[in-house]
Every structure is written in C-alpha cells, then in structure tokens.
Design a protein around this ligand. Structure first.
Ligand code: COA
Length: 168
C-alpha cells in the first residue's frame, strides 16, 4: 500500500470510493463525495492523500482550512476520510490519517479538528476540548488535536463546501 498526494487522474476514483464508503452509513447524508469535489473546486483541498493498492486508489483523506472565531490561524479540518468497503479494516484509513497529520505538522499547522466517531479518532490523538467548539454536531462528536504549542479557543467554521447541497 502506498500513500501519496492526489493527482489529476485520481479525481474520479476519489469521487466513487467516497460515495461507496459512505453508502448506507446511518450517519451519512450521502453527499460526502460532493464535498470533496467542492473543496477541490474552491481551492480548499489543502491536503488530499490517496491510498493506492496494486495500482488502484482504494482510500482517500481530505484536509481543508477551518476558521476559528478567536482568529487563530493554521487550523485544518480532517475529512471526509474514506476507504472502499472491500479494503476496510486493513489499516488503510489509519495510515491515511496518520500520514495527513504528519504532513500538517511538517507544514507547521497549528491544529486539526474532526467530526466523527470519538472512538475512532481518539486512536489518532484527537480529544474533546471544550475550548474549541463546533455548533453543527453534538460536542462528543467534535474532536480536536493541537499540532503546535499555540493555544486556541473559539468556535470553528468549516469551508462552505461542506454545506453546498447534493448536486456538486
Ligand atoms: C472510517 C474508515 C475510513 C476507517 O478506515 P479503515 O481502513 O477501515 O480503518 P483501519 O483499518 O485503518 O482502522 C484504524 C483503527 O480504527 C478502528 N476503526 C476503524 N473503523 C472504525 C469505526 N467505524 N469506529 C471505531 N473504530 C474504527 C480500527 O479498529 C483500527 O483500530 P486499531 O488500530 O486499534 O485496530 C473506513 O471504515 C470508512 O471508509 N468508513 C466509511 C466512511 C466513514 O465513516 N468515514 C469516517 C467518517 S467519521
């Protein structure tokens, strides 16, 4: 398995695998593949990594900038992260998340936030921090991870691409 930044030829595969990964998940509204497309179109796909197995793209993770109400710079949101159902449970999603966080550290990012299953994201260093909040989900599903020593507090706003509807 190889993890690498997306290339122009990966766009279709990323769209399909994201759709397949989230299909029928009870917490999904079935639009995550459009979010990735809109982030890219908006120039807000700060980091887009794919996992390739035997020449096929089977996993993907997106990171995009988020705003903090205290004006803190250098914060990113993780997600969507997706692995094709046939390849889940083999360490691919975890490798994508770890590599993405490592690359953000390399870019001197201040921190990263994520919305999702706390059990999953705690494995990668995310925690609930009442100082950093997000209005659109229950607090237990919003986790953060500082990547620098800079303190931040406030409300998080994701890129508008996360709210753009279903038609891409
Ligand atoms: C979530 C997802 C990306 C994980 O990818 P994966 O390749 O299956 O995960 P990995 O095999 O790397 O597992 C990494 C760790 O997370 C755990 N894990 C994986 N999915 C989990 C889940 N849904 N809930 C809790 N823990 C989970 C694994 O047990 C593993 O823990 P371990 O290292 O202690 O054994 C993948 O299951 C997926 O695409 N799901 C559908 C889309 C989705 O839900 N995305 C996340 C939205 S919050």
């Amino acid at each position: 398995m190889m993890i690498r930044p997306e290339k122009p030829g990966d766009v279709g595969a990323i769209h399909s695998l994201t759709r397949e990964a989230f299909k029928d998940r009870p917490y999904s509204d079935g639009t995550e593949h459009f979010i990735v497309d809109r982030l890219r179109d908006a120039g807000a796909l700060s980091l887009s990594l794919v996992a390739e197995v035997q020449g096929a793209v089977v996993g993907h993770v997106a990171f995009s900038p988020v705003e903090l109400s205290d004006g803190s710079a250098g914060w990113f949101g993780l997600g969507p992260v997706s692995v094709l159902p046939s390849h889940q449970g083999q360490g691919i999603g975890g490798a994508l998340i770890r590599e993405g966080l490592e690359m953000l550290r390399g870019r001197a990012a201040a921190g990263c936030v994520v919305v999702g299953n706390p059990e999953l994201y705690r494995k990668f260093g995310f925690q609930n921090d009442p100082r950093i909040t997000f209005a659109d989900c229950a607090p237990q599903y919003f986790l953060t991870q500082p990547l620098s020593s800079t303190l931040a507090s406030g409300m998080v706003t994701y890129n508008a691409a996360f709210y753009g509807g279903v038609d891409g």
